[in-house]
Design a protein around this ligand. Sequence first.
Ligand code: SAM
Length: 434
Amino acid sequence: HKATHWSIQKKNKTSCDRALDHFDEFYSQTFAEDWPSIRHGLLSKQKYIAVVNNFSDADQTNLNLEKIGALNVRTLFQLEKQYISDNYAKLRQKYNLTKIWKKDEKIARELVKNDSVENVYQSYSLEHNSSNAEIDFTRVIPQQDVSFLNLTEFMPVTKLKGLEDWIAEPQHLENYNLNVYCYEIGNHNDFSSPKNGTTGVLNYYLMDGGSLLPVLALDVKPGDKVLDMCASPGGKSYLILQTLYPDQVICNDVTKSRAKRIYNVMKQYLYDLEEKWLNQNKLQISLMDGRDIRDGFDKIIVDVPCTTDRHSVKELENNIFRPDRIKERLKLPELQAELLVQAIKLVKIGGNIVYSTCTLSPIQNDGVVHLALKQIWEETDIEIAIKDLSVALLQATKMYKFADQKLMKYGHLIVPNLQINFGPTYFCKLQRIK
Ligand code: SAM
């Protein structure tokens, strides 16, 4: 056989090949010795969670899922949390809790100045050739956030020994309605397709387990008006609705066909969709460019379009690494930052924003958060706290594989691997404080 000339080889490359080449080049630098196993996960079968539909036969569904050996994620988190509280003294040292939990502004400012921002600024400003002027980020206050330790608690919290000073008051725990199931580490069983129950809607929704944490981080509370800015097909909106907390959920997407997909999903999971949800304004499906939305909201999730890494290495259809989509791909960080900036402007004071993606790209993740913060700083008087969820996420370490937090400046990143093949999912929680 004659070897194929390189120029022909290059022509024969599929978009998936191109995506993988690109990731090999960039992610091997970011993730170093961890890249081969992340890559392996990315190319292998992804793992799902089953999110029980409270508008179908929920109790029966819970029982059935337990019968086939699936585990309730809440139980997994609780066990881990017990372990955390048992080892509290050690952890306290490791994470230097006292410093941060006193929310001493001076220390917080020092942390920001000396650690994260400086580094982030250096690494990202080059790539986006933004101005090199120093940015004073002292108004961006990093805060530890343990709220979702509480959120995932099943029983009303009895205060954990030794944790009193950093566990906030438990809120609405007994009403926490999310029932999420997964198989244990190393168990690669599939869930069967969801079935219609007695109310005529499906009994559970299957999604990448990565989707759960951004929604928990959003910390939806009873009465909230929630915006899912880039909602289609509606997986995260579904999770938000299943908490049964919000008064109003607005699911937005930019194209008609994508908005139609949200409608189709909701139709399959909410009975009397028109009568009970749409007509009563409890649910709105809106068709807008997220950057043009003008209402105020208590909570906003911004799950932006990105290079969808898993999709890009496996599916040719709609692949963002197609040569004719280069421009669109290179413009992603700009679009992502604009969407996040708009969300920051729309959220009410005290409200949360979660920015999330399904890419491993540091530019589209922390880089975009950085760009958005910079723009907010330059153009508005808005003040933002970046919520550090590291401690809250300790309870999730048995179920998720996270990227080394040292690689992260603002958010958290779930990385694929063979044992627990969720993600990639990046999420960063921000709170508007002024
Ligand atoms: N949140 C969804 C879920 O969990 O099922 C997935 C969202 S997907 C990652 C990103 C979505 O953003 C796409 O449906 C895309 O149509 C939408 N999108 C792209 N540009 C947008 C814009 N300017 N405004 C609002 N949505 C946009």
